[in-house]
Design a protein around this ligand. Structure first.
Ligand code: ADP
Ligand code: ADP
Length: 239
């Protein structure tokens, strides 16, 4: 399969400080790629280049090239709102809005400008998204309850459902399970394995076991440099 995202010589500066020193990495459809490496190695920074969310931090400069679907995502004419619909993101801390479960998932769809969705269609999108995120059975009888009334693991799957509802092509996850207990973490891992055939998934994790359990490819970052990249089974073979 072809690369969906290709990044070449990506450098990122926080002010004067170079945090990424020329990263070349590419990602294929239907694959999960794990970004691993010690704390401070640049995993989150690199991930946040892929949907341009670093743009929100003042004084950040990104150089090099990142192509998504063969187009440079840093080109001047890129519509960043459109880009972020195609590239969804899940954060370390589950961050549902303080609204109902239903509204949380529907909100993404409304935000994506699909306002003309009928109530009936929206019901279906909400149900399908929560099912894909493997949390439907746990929330279906309480869709009008605040998302905050659920456990951390359930909240994180609600957040995944919110991303899925927008129908992204790429899903970025930044340590999505590190705030969760092991059972909830496994639930998230299984969710990612269930949905991976429809997406390109890139996950930052400091958990090597997690990377080896779920990823097809592993990229190892150290001090802002890519030091290893390849099929996960090859990366995790003992030296
Ligand atoms: P994690 O390792 O879990 O990603 P960090 O402690 O690295 O968490 O970062 C938490 C937040 O603080 C992020 O938003 C990051 O951008 C910001 N941050 C990290 N290091 C610095 C720094 N040296 N100066 C300013 N902000 C920072
Ligand atoms: P990781 O995700 O691997 O823990 P980060 O990408 O969070 O690493 O951080 C990489 C480096 O960039 C670290 O030295 C961190 O302190 C620095 N950094 C991260 N965010 C910021 C920020 N907003 N401002 C300044 N420095 C930052």
């Amino acid at each position: 399969t072809e690369n969906v995202i290709t990044s070449e010589n990506v450098r990122l500066y926080y002010g004067e400080k170079e945090a990424l020193h020329g990263v070349n990495l590419d990602f294929k459809q239907n694959e999960i790629t794990a970004l691993i490496g010690p704390s401070g190695s640049g995993k989150s920074t690199y991930l946040r280049c892929l949907n341009r969310i670093n743009d929100l931090i003042p004084d950040v400069t990104v150089t090099g090239s990142i192509k998504f679907d063969k187009k440079d995502i840093y080109a001047p004419d890129v519509d960043i709102t459109e880009l972020r619909k195609r590239i969804g993101m899940v954060f370390q801390q589950p961050n549902p809005f303080p609204f109902s479960v239903y509204e949380n998932v529907a909100y993404g769809v409304k935000l994506a400008g699909r306002n003309k969705v009928s109530k009936q269609e929206m019901d279906k999108i909400v149900e399908d998204s929560l099912k894909k995120a493997a949390v439907w059975d746990e929330v279906k009888d309480n869709l009008n309850d605040s998302a905050l009334s659920f456990s951390g693991g359930q909240q994180q799957r609600i957040c995944i459902a919110r991303v899925l509802a927008v129908k992204p092509e790429i899903i970025l996850l930044d340590e999505p399970t590190s705030a969760l207990d092991p059972i909830s973490s496994y639930a998230i891992e299984n969710t990612l394995l269930d949905i991976k055939n429809d997406y390109t998934i890139i996950i930052v994790t400091h958990n090597m076991q997690q990377a080896s359990r779920i990823s097809d490819k592993t990229a190892f970052l150290l001090d802002g440099k890519l030091v290893e990249f390849g099929p996960t089974q090859e990366i995790f073979i003992n030296p």
